[in-house]
Design a protein around this ligand. Structure first.
Ligand SMILES: Nc1ncnc2c1ncn2[C@@H]1O[C@H](COP(=O)(O)OP(=O)(O)OP(=O)(O)O)[C@@H](O)[C@H]1O
Ligand SMILES: [Mg+2]
Length: 393
C-alpha cells in the first residue's frame, strides 16, 4: 500500500502498476478499484500487470496476455475469458486433475461445499484429535497488540483458513506458533506437547512446517536442490568421512532423497523447472517450489502464508485441489492464510477471522463469510455481487 501511494503521489503521465491486488485484503482492492479509474480519468495512462482476471476485467478495457515472453492475445479484456486455451491451467493442471480424479470433483476445481455439508464436515473433524492448539497467545510491539488473546485449535486432517484485513496479525500468529517471535503470553501445544519455549528448528523437527509470505529461498540452488534441503531431517548419515568414501549408507540415503524430490516435483508439476536456479524463477513458480520444500520434511501440521499470491489466476484455481490432495496424501493438517476468498472458501473446512489482533469469528466458511463483523472489516459491503466469474466453467 505504501509503494502504491508513492507511485500515485508523483502524478505520473504513465503509471505502471506491477500486480495491484497482490497480498491485499478485498476491502483494499475495492478501494483501489475506485482510485485507479479516478487517476486514469484525470489524464494518466495506465499499464496494469495483474494475475486476477476478475480485477483486470473491472479496470481495463484492453488486455494483452503474455506467456514465456511472448504476446499470446491482444484485444478486449472481456474476450480473454472466452480463450479457454489461455485461461486454463497448464502449470498445476496435471496435479489438480490427478487430485480431482480421486475426489470425483469435476474439472479439477474446488467447489465450495453447501453450507449444510460444511457444517457436517466441521462436526466430523471436531471429534478428531487436536494436533495444534493455540491458547490465549498475545504479542505486543510497544503499545500495539499485534495479536491479543487469540485461541483456536486445528484438528487432525483439517484445513483451517486464517483471514483478516492487512495488518490483522495473521503472519504474526504463524511467527508465534513456529517460534520465530517470542510471545508475551499464552501457550502453543503441538500434538499435546507444550512447545512454547522451543526454538523454530526444534518445532520443525516435531513435524511443524511453515512457509513465509515472501517465499525467500536460496537463489543459487536449483529447484531440485532446494526441495532436497527440505529432506534434511531424513538424511541418515551426516558425517564427512562416510561421504568421502561413498559408503553404501550414504549413497542409499542420497537415492532415497532423490526419489522423494522426484515425487514432489511430479506432484507440483515442476518438471520443466527441475534444474533451473531458484533465482531465475518467477514469483509464482518460486512460491510453488516453496510449498515443495515444506512438504519435503513431511510435516503433520503445515502452515502456509498466502500461497496463492503472485500465482496466475488459472493456477490459483488448480491450487485448491492441489492443496487438498497434499492434505489427503500426506495425511497432514493445514493452516492457510489467504486473501483469495474464492480459493479459501472452497478449500478450508473452517475459518478463523481476525481483526486488529483479535478473533472476531470462527466457523464454517459460509457462516464466517456471512458474519456482519467480517463483512464490515474485511470483505466490504457488496462482496459476492462484485465477484466476476473467474473463467469458463
Ligand atoms: N517487527 C514488528 N515491529 C512492530 N510492529 C510489527 C512488527 N511486525 C508486525 N508488526 C505489526 O503487527 C501487526 C500485524 O502484522 P502482521 O504482519 O501479522 O499482519 P498480517 O495480518 O499478516 O497482514 P497482511 O495481510 O498484510 O500480511 C501490524 O500492525 C504490523 O504493523
Ligand atoms: Mg501477513
Amino acid at each position: 500500500m505504501l509503494s502504491l501511494a508513492q507511485a500515485f503521489i508523483a502524478r505520473p503521465k504513465l503509471l505502471m502498476i506491477d500486480e495491484l491486488s497482490l497480498g491485499l485484503a478485498p476491502t483494499v482492492v475495492e478501494q483501489l478499484v475506485q482510485i485507479v479509474p479516478a487517476i486514469h480519468a484525470a489524464g494518466t495512462a495506465i499499464i496494469l500487470v495483474e494475475q486476477s482476471v476478475s480485477t483486470s476485467l473491472r479496470l481495463a478495457e484492453r488486455a494483452v496476455f503474455m506467456e514465456k515472453g511472448e504476446i499470446r492475445f491482444s484485444g478486449a479484456t472481456a474476450e480473454l475469458l472466452e480463450r479457454r486455451d489461455l485461461v486454463r491451467s497448464v502449470f498445476l493442471h496435471g496435479a489438480a486433475s490427478a487430485a480431482s480424479a480421486g475426489s470425483g470433483a469435476p474439472g479439477g476445481s474446488t467447489e465450495a461445499r453447501s453450507p449444510e455439508a460444511q457444517r457436517e464436515r466441521a462436526s466430523v473433524l471436531e471429534a478428531k484429535p487436536v494436533v495444534l492448539e493455540v491458547c490465549e497467545i498475545t504479542k505486543r510491539y510497544g503499545g500495539l497488540a499485534a495479536v491479543a488473546d487469540v485461541s483456536f485449535s486445528l484438528h487432525e486432517g483439517e484445513i483451517l483458513g486464517l483471514i483478516g484485513p492487512n495488518g490483522a496479525g495473521k503472519t504474526t500468529i504463524l511467527d508465534l506458533v513456529s517460534g520465530f517471535q517470542d510471545l508475551n503470553a499464552g501457550q502453543v501445544l503441538l500434538d499435546g506437547e507444550d512447545v512454547t519455549g522451543l526454538a523454530p528448528h526444534a518445532r520443525a523437527r516435531r513435524g511443524l512446517g511453515r512457509s513465509f509470505q515472501s517465499a525467500i529461498l536460496w537463489p543459487s540452488l536449483t529447484v531440485a536442490e532446494a526441495i532436497a534441503t527440505g529432506c534434511e531431517p531424513e538424511v541418515a548419515v551426516r558425517a564427512a568421512l562416510p561421504a568421502f568414501f561413498r559408503l553404501p549408507v550414504v549413497s542409499d540415503s542420497e537415492a532415497d532423497i532423490a526419489a522423494r524430490v522426484d515425487e514432489l516435483i511430479d506432484l507440483l508439476g515442476l518438471g520443466d523447472y527441475r534444474d533451473k536456479f531458484v533465482g531465475e524463477l518467477s514469483t509464482g513458480t518460486r512460491r510453488v517450489v516453496d510449498v515443495g520444500v515444506q512438504l519435503a520434511s513431511r510435516p503433520f501440521v503445515l502452515m502456509l502464508d498466502e500461497p496463492s499470491s503472485g500465482i496466475a489466476q488459472r493456477e490459483t484455481e488448480a491450487l485448491g485441489p492441489l492443496l487438498r490432495s497434499v492434505q489427503a496424501e500426506l495425511d497432514c493438517s493445514l493452516l492457510v492464510i489467504e486473501h483469495d476468498m474464492t480459493l479459501l472458501s472452497g478449500l478450508a473446512d473452517r475459518l478463523v477471522a481476525l481483526d486488529a489482533g483479535e478473533v472476531i469469528a470462527v466457523g464454517t466458511p459460509a457462516d464466517v463469510l456471512a458474519h456482519p463483523a467480517v463483512v464490515e472489516s474485511y470483505l466490504g459491503r457488496g462482496w459476492g455481487e462484485r465477484e466476476v466469474p473467474a473463467g469458463p466453467p
